[in-house]
Design a binder for this molecule. Structure first.
Ligand SMILES: Cc1cc2nc3c(=O)[nH]c(=O)nc-3n(C[C@H](O)[C@H](O)[C@H](O)COP(=O)(O)OP(=O)(O)OC[C@H]3O[C@@H](n4cnc5c(N)ncnc54)[C@H](O)[C@@H]3O)c2cc1C
Length: 412
């Protein structure tokens, strides 16, 4: 492949992380065999670099890859601990290693070409797309599926981050209940602006991922994450003397009503977080990525353009903008907001709502379970802000900051 002879393909995947891995697996699953595919990423993803937690119906495709799944989860506040039965759904944990392995297997079967370089310039002439890589090579594709991380196209009305640190803890005696995960535990000290919670994903009675998460505008320091996580471990009554930190997981996920355009040009489709698959009010992304991967693969198998439905309906994005505003401007307390949702709705409805797949009638019930006055104020504030946005030039969005990476020193 040289400047004068671009690699000619039907599909170019820019970015080979979560969204692209799920897409490769879906293309393989749907028997899409006759397409020339290139994957452009400076990094070949392998091993455990993240853990995906998500809910859904048990399914024959993903279940063999799961590290654990739970029918029951806990949501805890200072006032009460609620055990939710998720039937017919289940909460599941999928580590990245098996997903990347399956994608690598699919890549071989699809006979895809790897270009280990950053994609740099993307030029769409409406018929084909020319991609130039950072090392001077080029790829020409009928369609580009782009999941490279990028900031939204302009600043949002509310810009928060979901940022977290987790420890994979190994205990020298049974300390965890593998029958039940902790979905959200709001007994952690709450930040002045934002929401914090801990959670526990047990794989066995001696091995679990324990995380501290904040939804807030700013990251903590390395020492700040360690202190918060150690505090949560102590809150759970786990004796540090009997625990070893085997792995540390850090992450930052955008939580904003800023737009992530999913179709920047005729033949470029964005997937994953870059394409709006991250739910603004929760940071959950996996289910939308999985759904969209399946839609793209089905479309190609049927000879249609590889364009998925929007990750979330427009009315959900509006509801998320209002909820984020209410949380950010202090009208609604985070623990109270989530506590009421789970208190006044069946767990299944809340979880399907968070995945963006509820009906409008169910959404009315969900909205009715929040505190009315602050939500009305946030709705009015959001509407006024939209009008102001129309009258003034768009402000550029800030880049999503990298995670604060530390080691397990503070953990022992
Ligand atoms: C630690 C962590 C834990 C998470 N846990 C959950 C969870 O439990 N549940 C959930 O729903 N969501 C979770 N998320 C959010 C989301 O599901 C993941 O971030 C997911 O990996 C997003 O997939 P993606 O393809 O959009 O981005 P990524 O997986 O980050 O992939 C982007 C790819 O683009 C590549 N790239 C970068 N620059 C270029 C370039 N110039 N050219 C080509 N390629 C480039 C990168 O190397 C990378 O491989 C988590 C995120 C993190 C970081």
């Amino acid at each position: 492949m040289t400047e004068s002879a671009p690699l000619d393909v039907d599909l170019a995947l820019l970015g080979g992380g979560g969204a692209a891995s799920l897409l490769l697996a879906a293309l393989d699953r749907h028997g899409v065999r006759d397409r020339r595919i290139a994957i452009v990423d400076p990094v070949r993803r392998r091993g455990q670099d993240r853990t995906w937690a998500f809910w859904g119906h048990p399914d024959t495709d993903l279940d063999p890859l799961l590290s654990a799944s739970w029918q029951q989860v806990e949501v805890a506040t200072a006032a009460r601990r609620r055990v939710l039965d998720l039937t017919p759904l289940r909460y599941a944990m999928l580590r990245s290693g098996p997903v990347y392995d399956r994608a690598a297997e699919a890549e071989r079967r699809l006979d895809a070409t790897r270009v280990v370089a950053p994609a740099d310039v993307v030029r769409d002439d409406g018929t084909r797309v020319l991609v130039r890589t950072g090392d001077g090579r080029s790829v020409r594709a009928d369609w580009v599926l782009d999941s490279r991380p990028r900031p939204p196209s302009r600043a949002g009305r509310t810009t928060w981050l979901q940022h977290f640190r987790g420890w994979w803890l190994e205990a020298d005696r049974p300390m965890f209940d593998p029958a039940r995960a902790v979905l959200m535990d709001f007994r952690t000290p709450q930040p002045p602006r934002g929401v914090s919670f801990g959670y526990v994903l047990p794989v066995s009675d001696r091995f679990a991922l324990v995380e501290y998460t904040e939804f807030s505008p700013d990251l903590l320091t390395d020492a700040g994450y360690d202190a918060a996580l150690a505090g949560y471990r102590d809150l759970l009554g786990l004796d540090p003397a009997g625990l070893r930190v085997r792995e540390v997981e850090n992450g930052v996920i955008p939580m904003t009503d800023a737009p992530f355009p999913a179709r920047p040009s005729a033949r470029v489709v964005r997937l994953g977080t870059a394409g709006g698959a991250t739910r603004p009010s929760t940071g959950f992304t996996f289910s939308a990525m999985y759904r969209q991967a399946d839609q793209v693969a089905r479309a190609l198998a049927d000879g249609r353009p590889p364009v998925p439905a929007a990750a979330y309906p427009r009315r959900h994005r509006w509801m998320d903008a209002v909820a984020l505003r209410a949380l950010d401007r202090g009208g609604v307390g985070g623990p109270d907001f989530f506590d009421r949702l789970f208190d006044r709705n069946p767990a299944e409805r809340v979880l399907r709502f968070l995945d963006g797949v509820t009906t409008p009638a169910e959404e009315v019930a969900i909205m009715n379970s929040t505190r009315l006055l602050p939500m009305i104020a946030a709705t009015a504030g959001d509407a006024a802000h939209r009008v102001r946005d129309r009258l003034r030039p768009a402000r550029p969005a800030l880049a999503i900051p990298p995670a604060v990476v530390g080691d397990a020193v503070g953990a022992e």
